[in-house]
Design a protein around this ligand. Sequence first.
Ligand code: NAD
Length: 249
Amino acid sequence: MKLADHTILVNGGAAGIGRGVVMALAKEGARVAFFDSSEEKGRITEKEVSERAECMFVKVNLLDKDEVAQGFKQVIGRFKTLHGLVNCAQASRNVPFLDTTEEELRLALHTGFLPAFHLMKWSYPYLKETQGSIVNFASGAALEGMPTQTSYAAAKEALRGISRVAAKEWGPDQINVNIVCPIAASEGVLEWKEKMPEAYEKMVNNIPLRRLGDCEHDVGRVVCFLLSRDAKFITGQTIMVDGGTIMLR
Ligand SMILES: NC(=O)c1ccc[n+]([C@@H]2O[C@H](COP(=O)([O-])OP(=O)(O)OC[C@H]3O[C@@H](n4cnc5c(N)ncnc54)[C@H](O)[C@@H]3O)[C@@H](O)[C@H]2O)c1
């Protein structure tokens, strides 16, 4: 197992891709802690994962910095160490640029970018000790400037930017920092499919592999690889896990 004896913290692990990441990590032998604001979904995921690995769910509303700090302390208090951090959670609203408000910017930045920034800082001494790794989630929609994604693009590209800075500053400490841009059938995407079936069809037809990814098998397993010793020479990279939709040059 690639991640035996690894302790990994996943920020946003109760549902969707984060849940797929938590499941994949547990199958690779990791001890997993995860944050989420959904108590109900968090407990269900924790129970399922606990059948095969040590797992700790902490209810955290990422909009509240004190809760994030408290949650981080609880995880370190229990496991004492950290080998990997995955920043997956994100909330945002789809609004045209001219209608986007500061409140919407705050929602996207304060659920996606800021908690990831703080968790990266707080994790640093532990990851330095273990020569660990960070995986941050960004998005092809932000890379491409998809209409109505102003706040989301701001949060995602800010996170991609600081990931590259951290990769360079912390490279000498052997801490890897990479970015994953997925397309996967999470609950969020399936809700969007219900509301906008034509846009969904169009998106699938634009994917060279003509399907959405599976949260655990297609995305979670790539995250396992990026957190493992096998990926120790990869850092600062944006990895498209999107069926070939965007081919970076
Ligand atoms: N699904 C895709 O195809 C896709 C495409 C591009 C990028 N992404 C990115 O991948 C990541 C996961 O996407 P997803 O589709 O699984 O998302 P999702 O909306 O299905 O799940 C997001 C998780 O974050 C949690 N969350 C939201 N607000 C929170 C808060 N205030 N405090 C704590 N937890 C909170 C939710 O409860 C949920 O468990 C996100 O960063 C997303 O932007 C996903």
